[in-house]
Structure formats: C-alpha cells, structure tokens
Design a binder for this molecule. Structure first.
Ligand code: SF4
Length: 298
C-alpha cells in the first residue's frame, strides 16, 4: 500500500484491510472483485491484484507463512528490490539496504551525488552506498533511522544541517540543490466521455479491460456529444490530467458482453472517479438501488 502512497493516507485502508483479510489464506480465497473493492480509493490497482497473487503463492508454496529469505520474498508478484528488502529488514531484521524517497535524499546529499536519483546510474549508486552503510546488527533500527532522518531533519527544501547527527560525514556543498531529478514528462490533458444509463432502478456499467482492469466503470462513450453533460470532474492519472465527462444516454437495445445492469453499486469494485459520478447521478435521479441484489444481464 505504501508504494506511491503516503503513510497517513494508507493507515485507515490498512486497518480496514486487516479486519477484512487477516491472513494470506483470506486474501487468496477472496474474489478479484472483493480484493479490488477493499482497495478502492487507494489507486494503482495492480498492487491489489499482485497482493492477491502473492497471497496464493505464500499459501500454496510456503504453507501460509511469508518466507524470511529476501530472495524468496522477491520472487512474489509485484515485489521488487525495495519491497523485498523493506520486508526483510523490518519484519526479519535482516542486514539489507533499503532506498526510498526519504533515505535517497539523505544518501544523495551525503555523497554530494550529481547523477539524478531517478536515473539507472543514480539508483545503483544509492543502493550500493546504502549496502555499504547498513550494519550487520540492528539493521531494522538503522534503516528506520535513515528514513526518519530524511523525514525530520534532511528536509527537501530546508535541511536542518545545524542539528543533523551525521553532519560530519556529509559532503553536500549546497544541500538545498540536491537531490537532482530527471525532468518530468509534461502533463497531458485528455477528455474521457462516459454514459449514464439507468433503467428500472438499475444502472449500466462495463467491466474495464484496460486501466482499472476488472473494475466496473460507467460505459465508455467514444463519439462526440452535442448535448449538455450531466457530470464533470477532473482527476490525475500518471502524467495525465483527465477531464471526465458523463452524458445521459438512452437504454440500448442490447448490451455488450462486458456490460451488466446493477441494482446496487455498494459491493462492486469501482474506481473512485466513477463511483463518485455514479453516486452523484443516482442520487440526483433519485434512483435508490436496493442492496444485496447484485447484477442482472439483459
Ligand atoms: S548535514 Fe544537512 S544535507 Fe547533510 S545529511 Fe544532514 S541535514 Fe542532510
């Protein structure tokens, strides 16, 4: 959950997730819809799909217990060097390095590193330096302290060098100018049109096969529309800014195989922009679908 997402945002999701899925067995038995539904609002849904796949492997190959060996952890779906090492050091106190946003800033400044921290060469330098520093004993405490040093002292804009406990090791001549990052791609603007179709207290949704794969969205609506939209919003997605526009559309004679009518949207996995739009439009049209009666296909 902490990939791409801040701790404060994650905590309520984490607690709710553990109540719903207290162990690997419960995640591996859950349907994709249930897992995505529990994840909704956190974004980057591949993380949820990978977690479900990883839980199945832990359940089948490791008798439901996460292996402590960093190489075995790294073989799980969605697990790269950072996650494998973070789990190995924080859960098992193994002497492996971790490099994340806060510690990479500290390390780049200690080295006075000129390579961008998000370039291949810069990343490898940071990992090699972190590996040199990590002690054989108390690695979890050391790695945690390095992250806290970045979060509390070696701040992005105004590093507190006068109170820094590692000042005498630091080579940074102008710490405020570090770390160097590659320039970001420019934000692209996109318009995405979707249809709001209701009939007999049911709303038509389609299962996405691209972005938000497996989740339910308002049906896509490709052609230009001359009528006024019912709903507009914007949301960011990677380096895009999406203008999300919803139009009322008449009930079609036939629905496609990926589309279903839903009497309730409460228990289905929907990405946040689509859930917000569907809830606003359903309450504006006073369609109050009853709970529990899930879906029917025309
Ligand atoms: S001395 Fe300053 S720049 Fe260097 S690690 Fe400490 S806070 Fe960061």
């Amino acid at each position: 959950m902490l990939q791409q997402t801040q701790v404060a945002t994650v905590i309520p999701y984490y607690n709710k997730w553990l109540r719903r899925f207290p162990d690997f067995a419960s995640v591996s038995c859950a349907s994709q819809n249930d897992v995505l539904h529990a994840w909704q609002g956190l974004g980057y849904y591949d993380r949820a799909r990978n977690l479900r796949a990883a839980a199945s492997i832990v359940q089948d190959r490791h008798s439901g217990t996460l292996p402590g060996d960093v190489a075995a952890i790294r073989k799980l779906p969605g697990v790269g060097r950072y996650i494998a090492n973070a789990v190995a050091t924080f859960a098992f106190n193994q002497a492996v390095p971790i490099v994340e946003a806060n510690s990479s800033r500290v390390l780049a400044r200690l080295l006075d590193m000129r390579a961008p921290i998000d370039s291949a060469i810069g990343r490898e330098k940071l990992w090699a330096f972190a590996a040199q520093l990590v002690p054989k004993r108390n690695a979890a405490r050391f790695n945690s302290a390095l992250i806290d040093l970045g979060a509390l002292v070696c701040l992005p804009d105004k590093p507190k060098c006068s109170v820094c406990p590692v000042k005498k090791f630091c080579r940074a001549k102008n710490p405020g100018a570090l770390p160097i990052k590659k320039s970001k791609p420019r934000t692209k603007r996109l318009i995405e049109r979707h249809a709001f179709v209701v009939s007999n207290g049911r709303v038509l949704l389609e299962q996405s096969s691209a972005r938000w794969r497996g989740m339910w969205i308002l049906p896509r609506f490709e052609t230009g529309a001359s009528d006024q939209p019912l709903y507009r919003s914007t949301f960011p997605f990677t380096h895009h800014r999406i203008a999300f526009v919803v139009y009322r559309r008449a009930t079609p004679n036939r629905v496609s195989p990926t589309q279903h009518w839903f009497e309730s949207i409460d228990d289905i996995a929907m990405p946040s922009p689509h859930r917000r739009a569907a809830q606003a439009l359903l309450s504006a049209t006073q369609v109050a679908p009853s709970r529990r009666r899930r879906s029917s296909k025309l």
